[in-house]
Design a protein around this ligand. Sequence first.
Ligand SMILES: Cc1ncc(COP(=O)(O)O)c(C=O)c1O
Length: 481
Amino acid sequence: MDNIKIPILNMLKNHKENNPFSMHVPGHKSGTIIHPLTPSGLSEAMSWDMTELTGLDDLHCPEEGIKEAEKLLSSFYQTDKSYFLINGSTVGNLAMILGAIHPGDTVLVQRNCHKSVMNGLTLANARPIFIHPELDCDGIEIGLTASVIKEYLHKYPEAKAVILTYPNYYGMGMELDEIIHEAHRLRVPVLVDEAHGAHFAAGAPFPPSALQRGADLVVHSAHKTLPAMTMGSYLHLQGELIAAEQVERYVRMLQSSSPSYPIMLSLDLARAYIEGYCKEDKSYFSEQIQIIKDYLSNHSQLAMYESPNADWCDPLKLMVYHRGGISGHQLQERLEAVGIYPELSTERFVLLVLPLLKADHKFYMKELIERFELMEWKAGEKPVAERGFFSGEKGNVRKHSELALSFEEMEKLRIKRLDLSHSIGEISAEAIIPYPPGIPLIQRGERITDEMVRTCLRLLENGTKVQGGTYLKEGQIQVFA
Ligand SMILES: Cc1ncc(COP(=O)(O)O)c(C=O)c1O
């Protein structure tokens, strides 16, 4: 552990040791010229918030500490090239797609992708063929199978890439190696939004990582599961199916020209953290997970959803539901009342994201369980009507869909507003995105179906936060005229 290098930390420490007098941006002058109400922790953090000074390298043209840190990142993940991203996986997905896809290219895209993938496809002016994911036996959208990818690669021999989301928001994976093998056999690159899987490279008990399985371009939100600051992400590249210079061009073009040093430092530290994640840490982590699992399986009110594909499930993600059937949203309120803040809630469950505990992180589970014990339960909670674990339409999924218009056509059309109930069959002019998880329910350019409208109305009714949908609260949606 001690021999794991953290070059950005050394670089910044060296600079601070020189007792520098700031005559440069940012305006807080290393956390000294600040509003009097600035919390001390923030002003201390500002003292690390530097700019491209002598000795501090430049993210956009790395030659010193940042170059070394990115090399260490690449060597840990065993890639050809890896980049620090200071604008989140959002910019990673944009750069990955713009760098690999040309205007008009047909691409096979897993439908339950994050909105940033869709935005990347829009900017690239691509032609996405959405492949709808399998539902597991409880109606939860998981991934795609190799046979489906094979079928669509055959159906669309002009496809220039496959874009996958692995794992899904709930930590569930899919048979990536066979999918990648099939695509590579046809020399089609596979781009993976592995935002939730930066820690998979540590090996079991975590699912296999997309890079180990041979994906060509992979995006990691280091800030989601590693101890990195929000907006800290990685982009990785390997193999010869991708034009590396193109991807790099977009990484440079799309990111801020004033990259945050605290974020870069946290990215370097997060890489060192996962690199030093040893056998003892993993067995301690597994032990601790078992404690919470045992607790939940013996709980009189709560239970934990266990996916049938346990080998592909990330143990950091816990989907907890109420046995009696109070909704996930209500459960979230109960949890928040005792100070437990879940990642998200759905109609059926709440999602808890556990930390990547190391052997020296004692008491975390104990504290969590103590909070659970504070929850209050009322007698005779009313069960949710018989709708299975998830309220989705089990087994009733379309296999694939296309946008009804090209992105180019959409730019030229006028837009009008319609009541949701009258919008079935029209083409949506806006994306409707329940957030989190940020997966569009309706994509811009998609023909609106009866099921979409029903889901939308249900989400509105139960108060789910929705992005997009300017007039949704008034029960209206914008469509192309
Ligand atoms: C699957 C997936 N991809 C990409 C993103 C965007 O990541 P970021 O917030 O790091 O920009 C998210 C964010 O929630 C996500 O869930």
